[in-house]
Every structure is written in C-alpha cells, then in structure tokens.
Design a binder for this molecule. Sequence first.
Ligand SMILES: [Zn+2]
Length: 440
Amino acid sequence: MKTLAWLPGLIACLALVTGCASLQPPAATAPRAVNATGTPLAVTLSPSTASPLPVATRVVPTSTLQPQPTTTGTTDGAETLALVNGTLIDGTGAVSLADAVVVIRNERIVGVGTRAAVPIPDGAQVIDVQGATILPGFFNTHVHRGYSAQNLQTWAQAGVTTVRDLGTSPAPDTFANRDALLRDPRNARLVAAGPMLTVPGGYPMVPWGMQGLVIASEQDAVVKVNQLLDDGADVIKIALESGSTFRRQIPVLSKAEAATIVKTAHARGVRASAHVTAAEDLERVLDAGVDDIAHMPYDHVSDELIARIVKAKLYWIPTLELWQHVGISDAPIIDNLRRLVAAGGQVALGTDYAGYAAQFELGMPLSEMEAMQKAGMTPMQIILAGTRNAAVVCSLDRELGTLEVGKVADVLVVSGNPLQDIHALASVRLVIHNGTIIRQ
Ligand SMILES: [Zn+2]
C-alpha cells in the first residue's frame, strides 16, 4: 500500500478550489478562490463587463518594433499585415526558417515562408521583428477557471491564445458565458467541456463534493451527451477515477456507459477526454475509446500499457505542474512521460490550471515545460505539444496550431531562440489573436 501523505492536503485544497466553482453558477456570482495559504486569489468566473473591442480593431504599432508602412489596408478595405525579418517555427515540426515573412489578411494567414518566396502586398502594414522568433499562438489544453475574462486576457497576453477548460459545475449559462468571452478579442479562445460526466456518487462528487453531470445508464448517456452537445459543449470530459489514488473505492462509469458516452460524442464529431490519476484506470480509458488522457498518472505505467495507448493514438496531457504543486515525488510521472515519448506517443501541453489550490502559472506554462524537458522532451517537441498537437486535442487543427496559409492568425513573437532555451517563450514581443494585434 502506498503512503500518500499528500492526499488530505489535496482533498482539502481541491475542495476549496473546485468545490467553490461547482457550487455556484459562474455567471450568478464571482466566487473568490483561496490559495493554499488562505489568501484570496483575484479570480472571477463571470465574463468581462467591459465593452468588447470590435473584432477588426488593430492596435497601432509602437516604435519598438519599427513599423515601416506609410499606409495600412488595401484598396478593397481589407487589412493586411506582414511580419518580416523573423525566424519562423511554424508548428508543423519543420526546421526553423531564417529571414521569414508571415502575411496576414484580416484574420487569416495568406503568406508564410522566406522573404524571397513571399511577396509583401502593396499597402500592407509591415512590422520588422528584428530577428525575433515567430511561432503559432500556444494552447493550454487542461485548465479550470477558464470562464474568466481576467484569466483569459492574462493567457492571451502571454501568447497562450487558446485554453481548454476541462471541468466546471453544471450550470445553465456555461456555454453562453463562453460565447460572450469569445466575442472579446483580448480574451484567449475558450474551448469548453462544461461539467464532467460521471456516475451517482462518483468523481468529482467523491471526494471533493464538486458537482458532475450524472449518468445513470447507457440510455441516459445518449440523452445527456446529446443535450450537452446541443447546449454547446466543445468536448466531452469523463471521469474514470476508481479511487486508488484517494485510498477509497469510488463508483465509476461502466465500460458500456463510458463507451456509449464517447460513441455518442464521436457520432457528432466531438472528442472526449478522460480524467484518470492512477495507472490502474488506464484500461478503462482504452476501453472507453476516448481521444486524450487529461493527467499523467502519478504511479508507474507499464510499457505494455504505454504501447497500447500509443497504438490507439491517444494524446496525453501530462499536467506535471499539478503534481509539482501536490508535492509528491515526480520520478514515476517523469519516467512515464519519458517512456511515452520514446515509444512515439503524442503529448499535448496542459497543466490543470486551478485544479489544485496553488499558484499555477497563469500565462506561458514554463514550469510545465521545464518538467517536460526533465522527461527528455526537446524544445521542438514541447513547442509541438503546445501548438500543433494541442490544436488536434482541441479539435481546432484545421484552423489553428500551425502557421500555414489559410489558417487563423494566432501568432506569438518572442525574443531569442526557444529551440536553444525554452524560456525564450516568455520574452514576448508581439501577440496576434484572430488576426488582431493584442500585444506589442
Ligand atoms: Zn483538471
């Protein structure tokens, strides 16, 4: 029997953070989270009441990046922006490209490549990035407290232009809140699961007292998943937590119920993510047929299970920052990740922001990235986890995740070379979100 001395703390802390979210509908109140030391965190779950910027608004460039144009816009009224003199890491996995140009027209990328290969349209607003690195906007694919303009703006300012909220309490206005937040271009894009699907008496009601969406049978699963998707869920999150992590038995969805939930989501083109924390529940994940695993288990995952997960093409979201905050030895967790990557597994960047009462990094998740490096991931692999792979996990890979012609322009420009030092990702010079410059 493992001794999990950290658990009482985890239970108490999570009850504070997620219980708070679960018991009060996001729009009705603005509950305050409390961190481990009891200090209230400035967190709001209600959308900003500030007037949204019109989508077409562009911030006029400042002198720091030396804009060169004398005119903006083109004869047909469309806005064209060209970033020049950058080093491109396009998020496809291709080697970086020196003297690169990215041309954006309205919200889309219309040209990307070397200066010699990509013409700058007449009348474009040209920004010389002076050798800085141009990357896709990043994602955090596992957060909570995403229904907050303040949080979303902090993420966006750091170049994390999309986040995926993997669990809030059931509330009638969850997706209306999301839609309101999406209308403000200053906010990072919010991909929303709404509530976690579980069984009566299951996780997260046990042990946290947090509310989930309760599934009573296979038939009920079909009805409730369809309803949740009609309401506007972008992804379905299911709890597959049988309790060993908490040294108790927690009722869990049957194999048939879990598979029905996932099948119902897939029939409507929606992906499913599974909460697990222990290796012994990974069989359930494989049986359910979900698309991603929302945590790396804290205990040893066998090579055989890793091979099956790789073969099933599941994406894995390590949430190493969560485990750091919990304070347990990260050796098995790091070792699981190392062997997953060595076996060809797919990793997406995600931290479980606010899934524990600690000061998670709100912005570019550098401590998560440092831990990924500890597991042997290269800076390029980490960048792909935070861009292309994360876009797949969020079902946004047709629109985002790479800098390619036709994609939506979410762009991060940083000083230095993140392939040499991943911390360069925090040296933000420019952020473009949906084609709009939101930080310069
Ligand atoms: Zn979580």
